[in-house]
Design a protein around this ligand. Structure first.
Ligand SMILES: NC(=O)C1=CN([C@@H]2O[C@H](COP(=O)(O)OP(=O)(O)OC[C@H]3O[C@@H](n4cnc5c(N)ncnc54)[C@H](OP(=O)(O)O)[C@@H]3O)[C@@H](O)[C@H]2O)C=CC1
Ligand SMILES: O=C(O)CCC(=O)C(=O)O
Length: 338
């Protein structure tokens, strides 16, 4: 499957996709697919209407192919796609933004709960864009990554099975869309479970589901909580099903829903568009600082909204209510409702 995110202005969200399976396809086949796809999609796009970005199965290579076809069709070099290459209008930190942003908000929430990520065991699913950079940031902040996965299976280990030095090997596997199982060659202590997900196999303090929709059900959530998981934040869109969320909300110290915790990616896509409009490129440090500030604001917003509603710490309620209020207020002010 190829999925692309469609971000309207001001930064709304939508998704479009196809049933083309890029696994095992040559660059030429992916190129021809992306060109055909853009030929049809192009009539609906514009920097002030819909702006596509990467998502499941769509990374830098695909955004490049899509942008090339857009330019060929329109003769425009605008910020109409985000996640572009750094040489031709992309933003520093966009590839990292969703994963880094996820870990930043967890770190911020942990501090709010008088705790720290340092030394915490973190279970992550996926090994794609979001998972990869979430894992890197966890390791940079002194946490322990206890699992990764792909659609064929999951890999896990104790304290030493993966560290920052070996992490480049995971990067290389992902870059050529290889299988996470291949990492077994680099670690004597890693264990691989075919056709399985991490949740019933690992002991962790924090879970960051970062692969796909509906990847944690009730019994998996119960197993996580039973094995010590105290904090959950969603990297993927809607990875926990409603029953799993109920388990997390009653059994964990916090649950942060995707609409808040994975917003770093779309936020830096917004920053990419701002840089394109200004014909400039900010440094990695500048973008990273802005990303951190954005995740801090999101946390403050969902936390204070939950407090105002008398449900301190219910970040799902806080995120839903804050989002709803923003849209509702805009509708009133624009005369759509009176
Ligand atoms: N990229 C971004 O900036 C953002 C992404 N998201 C969301 O995060 C999630 C991951 O996206 P992203 O990392 O970009 O995508 P990628 O395609 O880079 O990675 C997806 C990962 O999930 C695995 N996966 C896909 N389908 C399944 C499945 N059915 N069961 C188990 N594993 C699966 C893939 O394994 P395999 O290699 O075997 O296919 C891969 O490891 C999605 O929900 C996406 O919508 C949200 C915000 C921003
Ligand atoms: O970068 C974007 O515009 C969208 C990122 C994304 O896939 C999402 O937020 O779900």
């Amino acid at each position: 499957m190829l999925l692309i995110a469609l971000t309207g202005l001001p930064m709304g969200g939508g998704k479009g996709g196809s049933d083309f399976d890029p696994k095992g396809k040559s660059d030429g086949e992916v190129l021809r697919f992306c060109q055909s796809f853009m030929t049809e999609l192009s009539r609906y796009l514009g920097a002030d209407t819909d702006v596509p970005a990467g998502d499941i199965g769509v990374g830098g290579r695909e955004v490049g192919f899509l942008f090339g076809q857009w330019k060929r069709l329109t003769s425009l070099h605008t910020g109409v796609l985000t996640g572009k290459g750094l040489l031709w209008g992309g933003s520093n930190i966009r590839p990292e933004a969703t994963g880094y942003g996820l870990v930043y908000i967890v770190d911020i929430a942990l501090k709010h709960h008088k705790d720290t990520i340092k030394g915490k065991r973190v279970a992550i699913s996926g090994k794609g864009n979001v998972a990869e950079f979430a894992a890197e940031k966890v390791l940079q902040l002194g946490g322990i990554v206890v699992s990764l996965s792909d659609s064929d299976g999951m890999i896990c280990g104790g304290r030493k099975w993966i560290q920052l030095e070996q992490f480049t090997e995971v990067r290389k596997i992902e870059a050529r869309r290889g299988r996470i199982k291949e990492y077994l060659k680099f670690s004597k202590t890693a264990k691989y479970y075919e056709n399985d997900r991490p949740w019933k196999h690992v002991k962790c303090d924090i879970a960051l589901p970062s692969a796909t929709q509906n990847e944690i059900n009730k019994s998996e959530a119960e197993a996580l909580v039973k094995n010590g998981c105290k904090y959950v934040a969603e990297g993927a869109n809607m990875p926990s099903d409603p029953e799993a969320i109920a388990v997390f909300k009653s059994g964990c110290k916090f649950f942060i829903p995707a609409k808040a915790s994975n917003a770093g990616g779309v936020a830096v896509s917004g920053l990419e568009m701002s840089q394109n409009s200004q014909r400039t490129q900010w440094t990695r440090e500048e973008v990273d600082n802005k990303l951190h500030g954005i995740m801090q604001n999101i946390f403050n917003n969902i936390s204070s909204t939950a407090d105002d509603l008398g449900k301190a710490g219910d970040y799902q309620l806080g995120a839903n209510a804050a989002g709803f209020k923003k849209v509702a207020d805009a509708m009133f002010e624009q005369g759509m409702v009176l």
